[in-house]
Design a protein around this ligand. Sequence first.
Ligand code: SF4
Length: 445
Amino acid sequence: MALTGLEIFKLLPKTNCKKCGMPTCLAFAMQLAQKRAKLEDCPCVSEEAKQALAAAAAPPMRLVTFGSGDNEVQIGQETVMFRHEEKFYNPTALAVTVSDKLSGEALKARIDSINAMQFERVGVQIGVKAIAVVNDSGSPETFASAAATVKDSSSLALILCTDSPQAAAAGVAKTAQAVPLIASAKAETAEEMAKIANENNCPLVAKAESIENLVELSEKITAHGVEDIILCFEGLSLRDQLYNLSRMRTLALKKVFRPLGYPTLSCVSDGETDQQAAVGTSLICKYANIVVVDTTEPYAFLPMLTGAMNIYSDPQKPVQVEPKVYAIGEPDNNSPLIFTTNFSLTYYTVESDVEASRVPTHILVVDTEGTSVLTAYSGDKLNEKAVANAMTKNNVESLVKHHRLVIPGYVAVMSGKLEETTGWEIMVGPRESSMLPKYLQEVWK
Ligand code: SF4
């Protein structure tokens, strides 16, 4: 169990030297107990105390990693129940099943369709993170062969889904380099599965029907030396899963109950595509860290991926694009130059409307700390000085020879000052971005 602030305080040097940034050791101890400080922030703590405090200093939910290289998947290490309390850290990873009963062209086609499940949303790549090979055949050899084919045909992370230790051992033997996630150990196979995970440095899923059984199982697995564990419920309805996932998150974070301090995996293999999308999205909201589905319909992934992206974005930081000049089409030095702000939604709305106009255009993105045009203007983040600075920094003089800048209609009021500051001719564009195609085609000349 977690140590209280006073218990931690007893182990600290009690010199109140302030090197940790806190006025007293007691204040530091209280912050540490609430997971708001790191033990490393105190340079004076003894080795002996470090060991005693290790449990208190560890995050309430373990970070678990699987996969390798650029497609390594990290999940867990969440510290809050609700996004607005701080933020969620590691987005839910989506995985898609591949049955080991598939072979040849059918297997390859399935893998290719999963590999293609990648999308761009407001400038960010989102997509499926892992392939879950399922031991439907019951044969360790067939399972190992399918796992090897997936490993060779995809750079996505790998999940080996089998309840058989023999099949798990055979699958890992062919794919250990890819650091697969082994799914799953049950009460009766915990020892054997833990041995395979340990020998190959792979994380292990613990699967049981209830929270109580998961506690027992995770303790059993850690007793066999495996620390990277993922928890999974077996045979529960969606309602019971959501209820138990929430309870588990509460116990892990609020009570710092270590046997449940691990990320979770949920399988959504039943039902039509629409149902899988709905169930998967619900599980992402409450609190699945990996969701495994068996559809490859792109439309099913968009709500799940968009949901995960939104929930796991930092609520205190608007999604931003890099402030610079973006070329839409192949603009030259006679093409229009327009500006907008670096709030992602604003930029991508403007970008798609400019694209629709088919008029090659330079878009100058001004850094307004991720706020939209009117918000930035009213907060004085968008003014003639900010625009002039962005023009200088991006050397727009060298981009166009007409010295005309189109500004958003909503900030027409700044046109006079901007003209004075820059010496450029300021053209007031439309208020709504949707009017840009008409404006660029008919007004800009
Ligand atoms: Fe106490 Fe360590 Fe902070 Fe110094 S740095 S005040 S010893 S907790």
